[in-house]
Ligand binder design. Structure first.
Ligand code: ZN
Length: 128
């Protein structure tokens, strides 16, 4: 059973998640607004701003991905299974959850998953 003290900690994590969700959404809005602004500047080819734009788009994608993870973790929290590794069913290290509240895998599983995912990555950075 979950102890009262642990429940309090969990609530804290969930609050942190909600805070992070709001911050992520605000950051996305800010980037979207700046992208709109740049489009209005009628950028031409070879403009150095295009590089900045690409960076903003990449950042926006990262944030979208992060937001999805946060919302997913919040759904898990609603189901009462937040803080449990989805892969092995073991509790996720509290220190890990503190640093990464939207984590849904323990460090061990995350490392294994990343190792598996790596070979499927296309377009190595050196080819860009
Ligand atoms: Zn695990």
């Amino acid at each position: 059973m979950v102890k009262e003290k642990d429940k309090a900690k969990l609530r804290e994590r969930i609050q942190q998640l909600e805070l992070e969700r709001n911050q992520t959404m605000a950051e996305m809005e800010r980037i979207k607004a700046s992208l709109r602004y740049e489009v209005e500047q009628d950028t031409e080819e070879g403009d150095p701003d295009i590089y900045e734009r690409e960076k903003s788009l990449a950042l926006l994608q990262n944030l979208e991905h992060k937001l999805e993870s946060i919302e997913y973790a919040l759904r898990l929290a609603e189901e009462g299974v937040y803080g449990i590794c989805e892969r092995c069913g073991q509790p996720i290290d509290p220190a890990r959850l503190k640093a990464l509240p939207h984590a849904t895998h323990c460090i061990k599983c995350q490392t294994e998953l990343e190792r598996q995912a790596r070979p499927t990555l296309r377009t190595p950075l050196t080819e860009l």
